[in-house]
Design a binder for this molecule. Structure first.
Ligand code: ADP
Ligand code: MG
Ligand code: MG
Length: 251
């Protein structure tokens, strides 16, 4: 589904190399987790994949179902099936949450040559999915994320993901700032979307999210590279021993 090869990325503004040769393949139907210390480049990886400005790819490639995504505009990547749930969801004053989602869903459908969702169908679907995530109707009418609590913002990211039904879902620390109940809701939302045709890349600081979203593969990122890959037990190792052992092992 997603294939990243030898990806090197620097900041456009400064001569600072952030990703130093990332290799990662996420198969359809699988959940891969990335853990790693703060500042190791996890968010940068998610930004570069989704097409945020300010980064320059100096070497390597990233493909989604064999298509080079690095040359695409962000909306083309989204239409191709890529989705990023932000670590820090953005507030968009003046744009209603429901309007935003309907526009996003229908513009993606259009870009794929599919029929638009009717208003009545859209309402039916969004109400059901919002209910699962305990997002009330009033929150759907408010401007995107404006005045939402941290947990509400994160649940709203999952609602977007559920509505857009992407092929490749990247979640950047969606668990940070969530209490246990909200984290369970988010995890249930993700698990409901797990399917054979869909890949997940779950970036997290904490092992506890991975108790609820069971990953197939766990990667450890440090200083712009993946330094170790293993099964779910690797997350437990990190929880118990921190990153120091893995780093010295690698060195
Ligand atoms: P993580 O998500 O793993 O905590 P980030 O990808 O946010 O790491 O950051 C990786 C490194 O790149 C950090 O040292 C961070 O300070 C730096 N960095 C990322 N984006 C910028 C930027 N726009 N300007 C300056 N430094 C940046
Ligand atoms: Mg960080
Ligand atoms: Mg980050």
């Amino acid at each position: 589904m997603l294939e990243i090869k030898n990806l090197h990325v620097k900041l456009e503004e400064e001569d600072k190399q952030i990703l130093k040769g990332v290799n990662l393949t996420v198969e359809a139907g699988k959940v891969h987790a990335i853990m790693g210390p703060n500042g190791s480049g996890k968010s940068t990886l998610s930004y570069v994949l989704s097409g945020r400005d300010g980064y320059e790819v100096t070497e390597g490639s990233a493909t989604l179902e064999g298509k080079n995504i690095l040359d695409m505009d962000p909306e083309e990547r989204a239409a191709a099936g890529l989705f990023l749930a932000f670590q820090y969801p953005v507030e968009i004053p003046g744009v209603g949450n429901m309007t935003f989602l309907r526009t996003a869903v229908n513009s993606q459908r259009k870009a794929r040559g599919e029929e638009e969702m009717s208003s009545s169908e859209f309402l039916k679907v969004i109400r059901a999915k919002a209910k699962d995530l305990e997002i009330d109707a009033e929150m759907l009418k408010r401007p995107v994320n404006v005045g939402f609590s941290g947990g509400e913002k994160k649940r709203n990211e999952i609602l977007q993901m559920a509505m857009l039904e992407p092929k490749m879902c990247i979640l950047d620390e969606t668990d940070s700032g969530l209490d246990v109940d909200a984290m369970k809701l988010v995890a249930d939302g993700v698990n409901a979307l797990r399917s054979e045709g869909r890949g997940f890349l779950v970036i997290t600081h904490y092992q506890r999210l991975l108790d609820h979203i069971k990953p197939d593969v766990v990667h450890i990122m440090s200083e712009g590279r993946i330094i170790k890959t293993g099964g779910p037990e690797l997350a437990l190792e990190v929880e118990n021993n921190g990153y120091a052992d893995i780093k010295s092992e690698e060195a």
